[in-house]
Design a protein around this ligand. Structure first.
Ligand SMILES: [Ca+2]
Length: 278
């Protein structure tokens, strides 16, 4: 279907062509038109959230109650290894809301930031951050950022970021109840779709996915992000990608998402974690 802007551009091109304007002027119009009248996305295509089609999917989606709550707490990861902690911080801030007992992360304040404040003032905010969620878990910040976790055959074994099981442990250590699902070769796509879509229809719990970018048509390796919604008509999930420096939020077909989760990572396949307050 042509968008209104595309129709206007087509009309402008026809007018130029009919009026005998120099051919290059017609040529300038054509490429933009070609982009706008591209065929509808194929079943396997990723559809950017920031597009007309992307917004339409959210508007009609029947499973999206988690989206506004997560969007309100969204933050992008600050370095390449922190997709797990960033996802954890977003979900924890969403689950725990404005509880008074949230941790305060003063690591981003410099000593000179306090020099003009009243004595004893604390400008930090009660929030989970992608830095302080790591502290509660078993894996240390240094290990997340590549410090050797073991030595094998005389060589350091490094393990950047979080494997699914490590993420699950860290989420539980931060006070969440979790259900971790490893997407092994035998797990049917239908049960994964049903469980994730059901979650996205329900308030109070959230779905986190761990997939391999290469397998879903993006560049990069293992990645972790929360899901925002499910649209049955296109059979796709809205992945709230926490690394906008690499990729934007996208609608990812179920088959593609499952393909990305059904990939091996160090000790077992990737998968997803469902979380709720304890
Ligand atoms: Ca939910």
């Amino acid at each position: 279907m042509l968008s209104t802007s595309a129709i206007k551009r087509v009309a402008a091109g026809l007018v130029l062509a009919a009026s005998g304007v120099a051919p290059f002027a017609v040529w300038l119009v054509a490429p933009a038109m070609a982009a706008d009248v591209a065929a509808p996305p194929t079943a396997s295509a990723l559809v950017p959230f920031a597009s007309e089609e992307g917004l339409q999917r959210l508007a009609r989606a029947g499973a999206k109650v988690d989206f506004p709550a997560l969007a309100n707490q969204f933050e992008p990861q600050s370095n390449a290894a922190f997709c797990g902690p960033t996802t954890a911080a977003i979900v924890l801030n969403t689950v725990r809301g404005r509880s008074k007992d949230l941790p305060r992360d003063r690591s981003r304040l410099r000593a000179e930031d306090l020099q003009n404040m009243p004595p004893g003032a604390d400008p930090s905010l009660p929030r989970f951050t992608q830095d302080n969620v790591i502290t509660a878990g078993a894996k240390t910040r240094a290990q997340v950022l590549g410090e050797a976790m073991a030595v094998r055959d005389g060589k350091p074994v490094r393990d950047f970021g979080y494997q699914l099981r490590q993420l699950d442990q860290m989420l539980r250590a931060n006070g969440l109840t979790t259900r971790m699902v490893v997407v092994d070769d035998a797990m049917p796509e239908a049960s994964i779709r049903a469980e994730l879509a059901d979650n996205l229809k329900r308030t109070g719990d959230y779905a986190i996915v761990n997939y391999r970018r290469e397998q879903v048509g993006q560049s990069g390796g293992g990645h972790i992000s929360p899901l925002g919604a499910y649209d049955a008509e296109s059979d796709s999930f809205l992945v709230l990608d926490v690394n906008p420096a690499s990729a934007g939020w996208v609608w990812m077909p179920t088959a593609t998402l499952v393909k990305g989760m059904r990939t091996f990572d160090t000790i077992e396949n990737r998968g997803y974690v469902l979380v709720e307050a304890r």
